[in-house]
Design a binder for this molecule. Structure first.
Ligand code: AMP
Ligand code: GLY
Length: 462
């Protein structure tokens, strides 16, 4: 495994990553969702894994013989050779900085880099500074000015909270009146509290979307396999935006050439602009992209692995993930990530009322039957062990409860397996989309840019 003790601006000297004599390396994953479950399982191929706080599905042993344990302890109190931080809120809050200050090897940006996700206004400013193509935008704290700008744009219209909103602070609408009402609701503080005190108003773009996760060791970049996420709650892209209702990988219309173009045009200039500000970014940059007839444009950057994209990208990783993330963390990225030819599809099972007010506390049935479907992994997210009732019963404890990932020879094959497993799981009010990855199984048609349209993208309105 590679190591580097080189001094990096803004990060300080890096501890080394090397398997200790006589024992396996230990990786600590921070978080409790489906993304962290997937990280733990794939890291567990080559390392011992501790997850804090974890969830009821995470603990166990991997087929490779490593142990995954959950502990309810602050990351600062855990001994591990590498720390991988999942959720954006912890990164924005400076957890990576605090762990680095303790001399720990950390995958994830410090607070300065995490501001890219903590403030959409900052992210858009950085994109403009770096010359990265993105939707035209304005940032406003005053509703009159925000609405005046709105009227200079042709629809669809987009209104975003500046601060963190768990993927739920974005309105895309074909109705000017709805966009105006949303500006009022967000800026009044009623809809999102402090996170909505400023809004980003931007032009609506049209085209197929993809999520590209790019590892960055501060300077060098390495793209992971592209994925496509389904953000709307209901079939055929209806209903409110969510954290993501499903995903698949690979994506036929994002071939290797397109990946290189996206890294060159969208990610590399941003990293250079961050470095120019003295920000050494070590972690993953998640580019949310739209392939418009005017070329690829960035919708957003996130500073952590996507959820549920991670649940389809990492199971396809063909290598030692712990060593790869350690290279990134120590500023010594040399590995070129390789992926299995298999396709992966993840279908999210959500609670009734998600995303506004998810109902919780329902007993989940069928977990064993779902996991028994060939090629399937059941990733836990919003689950808990029941406080009363049958011993060991698992209950719903959040909006997105489970992610059912299946690997298959093709997207269609993986999709069938994922849905077969998903249909085994039951609780009152369970909700899932029925069209995850469906667009990837039909023959696409070329669009004006030469990029192949994923289809099934319906009129944008809420
Ligand atoms: P974001 O959190 O900024 O990625 O936005 C969530 C989702 O809203 C994206 O995945 C898109 O589906 C949609 N969206 C965001 N910005 C735009 C835009 N400028 N034009 C069209 N759709 C958008
Ligand atoms: N799946 C969208 C996100 O992780 O933000």
């Amino acid at each position: 495994m590679s190591s580097s003790a080189a001094e990096a601006p803004g990060v300080g000297p890096s501890p080394t990553w090397a398997p200790p004599a006589g024992r396996s390396s230990t990786v600590c994953v921070v978080g409790s969702g489906g993304r962290e479950h997937a990280l733990a399982l794939v890291l567990g191929r080559t390392a011992e894994v501790i997850v804090t706080p974890g969830n009821p599905g995470i603990t166990g042993s991997t087929p490779e013989g490593h142990t995954i344990t959950s502990v309810a302890a602050p990351a600062e109190d855990i001994e591990a050779d590498l720390f991988v931080i999942g959720p954006e809120a912890l990164l924005v809050d400076g957890l990576a900085d605090r762990l680095r200050a303790q001399g720990k090897l950390v995958f994830g940006p410090g607070a300065a880099g995490a501001r890219l996700e903590g403030s959409k206004a900052f992210m858009k400013e950085m994109l403009a500074e770096a010359g990265v193509p993105t939707a035209r935008f304005g940032v406003f704290g005053d509703p009159v000015a925000a609405k005046a700008y709105l009227h200079t744009l042709t629809g669809p219209w987009v209104v975003k909270t500046d601060g963190l909103a768990a993927g739920k602070g974005v309105l895309v609408t074909g109705s000017l009146a709805e966009a105006e009402a949303d500006i009022d609701a967000k800026l009044s503080g009623d809809a999102f509290g402090e996170a909505g005190r400023h809004v980003v108003v931007e032009e609506g773009l049209v085209g197929p979307e993809c999520s590209l996760l790019v590892l960055c060791d501060g300077e060098r970049l390495a793209a992971l396999a592209p994925a496509q996420d389904f953000k709307r709650r209901d079939d055929f892209d209806h209903g409110p935006n969510t954290g993501g209702m499903g995903a698949y990988s690979p994506v036929a219309f994002v071939d290797d050439r397109m990946v290189r173009r996206l890294v060159t045009e969208a990610v590399a200039p941003l990293v250079a602009a961050l470095r120019a500000r003295g920000i050494e970014y070590r972690g993953v940059l998640y580019a949310g992209l739209m392939l418009t007839s005017d070329g690829p444009k960035v919708l957003e950057f996130n500073v952590r692995f996507g959820d549920p994209e991670t649940q389809v990208v990492l199971p396809r990783y063909d290598g030692d993930l712990a060593a790869l993330l350690a290279e990134v963390a120590s500023g010594a990225l040399t590995t070129v990530p390789r992926f299995l030819p298999d396709a992966a599809v993840c279908v999210v099972l959500a609670s009734e009322g998600y995303p506004e007010s998810p109902r919780t506390g329902d007993v989940i049935n069928g977990l064993g039957d779902a996991a028994a479907v060939d090629g399937v992994t059941v990733f836990h997210a919003g689950t808990a062990v029941a406080a009363s009732g049958p011993e060991g019963a698992v209950v719903t404890a959040g909006g997105r409860v489970l992610g059912i990932t299946a690997l298959g020879d093709t997207v269609d094959d993986a999709r069938r397996r994922a849905y077969r497993a998903a249909s085994a799981i039951k609780w009152p009010g369970i909700h899932r989309r029925s069209d995850i990855a469906l667009s990837a199984t039909v023959e696409p048609t070329p669009d004006a840019s030469g990029v192949r349209d994923a289809g099934a993208k319906e009129e944008i309105s809420q």
